[in-house]
Write a protein that binds this ligand. Structure first.
Ligand code: CA
Length: 356
C-alpha cells in the first residue's frame, strides 16, 4: 500500500523528444539503455483547488470547466452529505458561506445562526444559488477581486453531476484530468447517522474510480478514517493524509521534528501521499526568507508524494515576494510533487517556464 506513485505528468514536448532519441539510437545502433541515464523532465501536478476558484465561485460546475480548460491535472471537489445522504460538492458543513440559504430558508438556522448542509434535503439545496465565499460575520467577500456577487445561476452540484462534468470535458477536450475528492468531517456525519466514506466510495466506483490505477486521489484530515478506508472499507484508491498549518509547529513557533517523522511514518502504512499547508514545508529565517525544511525529503524517503496547499495569486503567504517566486520556491527548492492552486492557468504557465 505504499510506494511513490508514477503520477507526474510529462511535458507535452516529451513524447516527441523521446521518439527522436529512440530514432537516433536505432539509426546509430546505440543501446536504448542510454535513455535510462537521461534526466526525466517531469513537473509537479497542478491540482485545481475547489475548481478554478480564483475565477469562478468554488465547487461549481463552471469552475470544473474552467479548471479543465486551463490544463489542470486534477480537480478537487470537497464532499459533504445532504440530509437525505446525497454527496454534494461543498467545502464546509455550512451552506451560508457560499449560498443564499439565509434568504431562501430564513427559519432554518440552528441556535448558532448557522445553516448546516446536513439539515437540508438535496431538493432544498438545489433551490440555492452559489456565490463567492463570504465571511458570515461581516458579510464581506473573502477575496474581493474575484467573481462579482451577482444573481448568477450557479448551483451546488452533487458529486455525480460534478464527475459527469469532469468526464464529459475529458472526452470532448481530449483531456485526462483526474479527480481529487476530500471527505469532509466524517465524525460529524457519523454523529448524524451518515457514513460519508461509504457513500463517496460508492459514487467514485460507479464512475470508474476503483483502484490505484484510476486518476484519483482521495484525501481526508481524519487519520482514523483514512485507516478505515484502507482496512475496513478496503479501498485500493490512493489515499492522501492532510495536515494543517499547526500540525508540527507549536503556537510559539517551536518545530517538532520527531512528531513530524512519526506522523509521516504512520502515513506510509496507509497512504500514497500527504497534502500539507505550504507553510509546513519551509522555515522562515530572521530576514523573512523561506527555506525548505526536511519534510519533503522525509516524505520521499518513505515513498510518499507531497502535495502542498494553497497557491493563491491574490493571497500570498507573508514570506512570498510574488506568485512566480512562490511557485519557483516550492518547485525547485522544496521539490513538491503537486500544487493545489486557485489559479491553474498561471501556475501552469510558471511551471512551463521553470521546467521547459
Ligand atoms: Ca479541500
Amino acid at each position: 500500500m505504499r510506494g511513490r506513485e508514477p503520477t507526474k505528468v510529462m511535458q507535452s514536448s516529451r513524447p516527441a523528444c523521446c521518439a527522436l532519441v529512440v530514432w537516433i539510437c536505432i539509426a546509430c545502433g546505440c543501446e536504448l539503455m542510454i535513455m535510462a541515464g537521461q534526466p526525466v523532465q517531469e513537473r509537479p501536478l497542478v491540482i485545481a483547488h475547489r475548481g478554478a476558484s480564483g475565477y469562478v465561485p468554488e465547487h461549481t460546475l463552471a469552475g470544473v470547466a474552467v479548471a479543465v480548460a486551463q490544463g489542470a491535472d486534477f480537480v478537487e471537489p470537497d464532499v459533504v452529505l445532504s440530509k437525505d445522504g446525497t454527496p454534494i460538492v461543498l467545502h464546509d458543513i455550512y451552506l451560508d458561506t457560499v449560498t443564499n440559504v439565509r434568504e431562501v430558508f430564513p427559519q432554518r438556522a440552528r441556535s448558532d445562526q448557522r445553516y448546516y448542509a446536513i439539515d437540508f434535503t438535496l431538493e432544498e439545496i438545489k433551490q440555492l444559488r452559489v456565490h463567492e465565499r463570504i465571511d458570515v460575520r461581516t458579510g464581506r467577500r473573502v477575496y474581493p477581486q474575484r467573481f462579482p456577487r451577482k444573481e448568477t445561476d450557479l448551483r451546488v452540484p452533487t458529486l455525480a453531476e460534478w464527475i459527469e462534468m469532469l468526464q464529459g470535458l475529458n472526452q470532448s477536450m481530449g483531456r485526462h484530468a483526474g479527480i481529487y475528492p476530500e471527505i469532509k468531517n466524517p465524525a460529524w456525519h457519523r454523529q448524524h447517522n451518515l457514513d460519508i466514506s461509504t457513500v463517496v466510495l460508492s459514487t467514485l466506483s460507479r464512475y470508474g474510480y476503483r483502484d490505484r490505477r484510476a486518476p484519483c486521489y482521495l484525501q481526508c484530515f481524519d487519520a482514523a478514517e483514512l485507516r478505515r478506508l484502507r482496512n475496513e472499507l478496503q479501498t485500493d484508491l490512493r489515499l492522501v493524509q492532510l495536515f494543517s498549518e499547526d500540525a508540527w509547529r507549536a503556537k510559539d513557533g517551536q518545530w517538532d521534528e520527531e512528531r513530524m517523522k512519526n506522523d509521516l511514518a504512520a502515513c506510509a502504512e496507509y497512504c500514497a501521499g500527504i497534502g500539507v499547508d505550504l507553510r509546513l514545508l519551509v522555515n522562515v529565517d530572521a530576514e523573512g526568507r523561506a527555506v525548505a525544511n526536511s519534510v519533503v525529503a522525509e516524505a520521499h524517503r518513505l515513498g510518499l508524494v507531497v502535495h502542498a496547499y494553497t497557491f493563491r495569486r491574490d493571497a500570498l503567504p507573508e514570506f512570498a515576494v510574488s506568485f512566480d517566486e512562490l511557485v519557483r520556491l516550492f518547485v525547485q527548492d522544496v521539490k513538491v510533487d503537486g500544487l493545489f492552486t486557485d489559479f491553474p492557468d498561471v501556475t501552469n504557465e510558471i511551471l512551463l517556464r521553470l521546467l521547459p
